[in-house]
Write a protein that binds this ligand. Structure first.
Ligand code: NAD
Length: 425
C-alpha cells in the first residue's frame, strides 16, 4: 500500500484508522479506496448560542460527521458529553459505517454531538440546546441524507425535539429524520428489545453452528439493563439455562437457572432499577467479578467496555463469548481468549439489532405504516441470522477470527459500493 497513512492524537480516531489500514492491507484494498474510506465525506462544526435559565447566554460547540454515504444515508447517534469533539465524532462515525455495512442495511455511517455536561443542564436548557443543534445541522440532515439517533446522554426527548425542529423548519412533517422516537410519536414497537434479541440470535446460531444444543445450554449474562434483560429472556425462551446474571450490585448465580421473569420484575419494581436484594431458591449471591468465572457454555457481556481484560480472560470457564456491550473485551483480553481457543462473536455483529431496529423505524416512517411487534421480530431475526452466517462462513473459509472477518466483510461491502458509484465528474 503506498498511501500516506493518517494518524491522530485522538486515541479513538488513531485506533480506528490503524484498524482500517490494517484490514485494508490484509484484503488488498486498492489505494484510491483506502484514501477515500480513511476520510469522512463531510464534517461540520456548529456553534450553539443558548439562553440559559438565568438569562445568560452560553455558546456550546457541536459537530456532525458523515463518514460515508456510499450505501445510503449516514446513520449514527448524537451525544451530549464534555469530551465530544470532531475527532471523536469522526472515529465513531467510521465505526457506524462498518456496523451498518455489516448489518446489511442501506445506511452509511455518521456521528455527532455537543460538548457539554448534561448534568448541568435543566430540561428547558436541554430542549433549547437540542433545537439549536437541529437547526444548525438542518442543511445536512434528512430522511435521505443523514438520520441521527440517540447516543450517550441523549434519548427519546431529544429525538422528538430534533424531529419537531426539522419539521417546523421545513414546514412539513419529517419523522424519518431521526430514529429512537417514542412509540406514540412515530417510534416503533419492538425497538426496545431489538438489541438483546439480536444478541440472543447470535448465541443461538453460534451454538447450532458448533453442533451444541441450545436447549440446556448454560449462559451467563453480565449487565441486566436493556440489552442484558432481553438477551436473558430470549435465551430462556429458547430453552437455555441462564445460570448467572449481574449488574452494578454484583452477581447472582443459580446452577438450576435464574428465574429471568422474576428477576426482571424485581428490577422493574426496584426504585433504582437494580437487582439488589433479588433472591430465589438455590441462588447464591457472588461478586460481579466472580459471576464471570462460573462454568457455562456462553458468556454474554452486556454491561460496559473492558469487562473482560488481561486480568480475568485467563480464568473464564466458557467456550464462547457473544459481545452484547460495545467493546467489552480489551485487546489484552482478546489475545488471551484467542490463545485459549475461546470463540468471540464481536460487538458490531452481535449488538447490531439496535441499528437494524432503527432502520425498521425509518422504513415505517417513510411508509407511514406501522408494524406489529411480531412483524418487527419476524424481520429482525432472519437479518441477524444471515449476518451471523456471513461472518461465520467468512471466518471459517479464510481461517480468521470472527472479529477480523466481520471487519473485512463490512469494509468490502462499502468499498464495492464506492467503486460502483465511482467519483463525481
Ligand atoms: P443499560 O444502562 O440499560 O444497562 C447496563 C447494565 O449494566 C445495568 O444493569 C448496569 O447495572 C450494568 N452494569 C454496569 N456496570 C456493571 C459492572 N461493572 N458489572 C456488571 N454490570 C454492570 O445499558 P444497555 O442499553 O443495556 O447497554 C449495555 C451495553 O450495550 C453498552 O455497552 C451499550 O453501548 C451497548 N449497546 C446498547 C444498545 C441498545 O440498543 N441499548 C445497542 C448497541 C450497543
Amino acid at each position: 500500500m503506498s498511501v500516506t497513512k493518517r494518524t491522530s492524537k485522538n486515541v479513538l480516531l488513531d485506533t480506528a484508522l490503524k484498524n482500517f489500514y490494517g484490514a485494508a492491507e490484509e484484503m488488498g484494498l486498492e489505494d484510491s479506496l483506502v484514501e477515500i474510506l480513511s476520510r469522512p465525506e463531510r464534517a461540520i462544526c456548529v456553534s450553539l448560542p443558548i439562553t440559559m435559565d438565568d438569562g445568560s447566554v452560553r455558546v456550546f460547540e457541536g459537530y456532525r460527521v458523515q463518514h460515508s454515504t456510499a450505501l445510503g444515508p449516514a446513520k449514527g447517534g448524537f451525544r451530549y458529553h464534555p469530551d465530544v469533539d470532531l475527532e471523536e465524532c469522526e472515529a465513531l462515525g467510521s465505526l457506524m459505517t462498518w456496523k451498518c455495512s455489516l448489518a446489511g442495511i442501506p445506511y452509511g455511517g455518521g456521528k455527532g454531538g455537543v460538548a457539554c455536561d448534561p448534568l448541568e443542564l435543566s430540561m428547558t436548557e436541554r430542549e433549547r440546546l437540542t433545537r439549536t443543534y437541529a437547526a444548525r445541522v438542518a442543511p445536512i440532515v434528512g430522511e435521505w441524507l443523514d438520520v441521527p439517533a440517540p447516543d450517550v446522554n441523549t434519548g427519546a426527548p431529544e429525538m422528538v425535539w430534533f424531529m419537531d425542529t426539522i419539521s417546523k423548519l421545513r414546514g412539513r412533517l419529517e419523522p424519518g429524520v431521526v430514529t429512537g422516537k417514542p412509540i406514540s410519536i412515530w417510534g416503533s414497537k419492538g425497538r426496545t428489545a431489538a438489541t438483546g434479541v439480536g444478541v440472543a440470535t447470535c448465541i443461538k446460531e453460534l451454538l447450532k453452528s458448533v453442533g451444541a444444543d441450545v436447549n440446556g445450554a448454560r449462559i451467563i449474562v453480565q449487565g441486566f439493563g436493556n440489552v442484558g434483560t432481553f438477551c436473558a429472556k430470549t435465551m430462556l425462551e429458547a430453552g437455555a439455562v441462564v445460570v448467572g446474571i449481574s449488574d452494578v450490585t454484583g452477581g447472582y448465580y443459580c446452577p438450576k437457572g435464574i428465574d429471568v421473569e422474576k428477576a426482571i420484575a424485581h428490577v422493574t419494581n426496584h426504585p433504582k432499577k437494580l437487582l439488589d436484594g433479588y433472591t430465589q431458591d438455590g441462588m447464591e449471591k457472588v461478586s460481579g467479578e466472580d459471576i464471570l468465572l462460573v462454568e457455562a457454555e456462553v458468556l454474554a457481556p452486556c454491561a460496559l467496555e473492558g469487562a473482560i481484560n488481561g486480568k480475568n480472560a485467563g480464568k473464564l470457564n466458557v467456550k464462547y463469548i457473544v459481545e452484547g456491550a460495545n467493546g467489552p473485551i480489551t485487546p489484552e483480553g482478546d489475545a488471551i481468549l484467542d490463545e485459549r481457543g475461546i470463540t468471540v462473536v464481536p460487538d458490531f455483529l452481535a449488538n447490531s439489532g439496535g441499528v437494524i431496529g432503527s432502520y425498521f423505524e425509518w422504513v415505517q416512517n417513510l411508509n407511514g405504516f406501522f408494524w406489529t411487534e411480531e412483524e418487527y421480530n419476524n424481520r429482525l431475526i432472519p437479518i441477524m441470522t444471515d449476518n451471523f452466517y456471513r461472518v461465520w462462513n467468512y471466518a471459517n473459509k479464510n481461517e480468521v477470527k470472527m472479529r477480523r472477518a466481520a471487519f473485512l466483510v463490512a469494509i468490502k461491502r462499502v468499498a464495492d459500493a464506492v467503486k460502483m458509484r465511482g467519483t463525481f465528474l
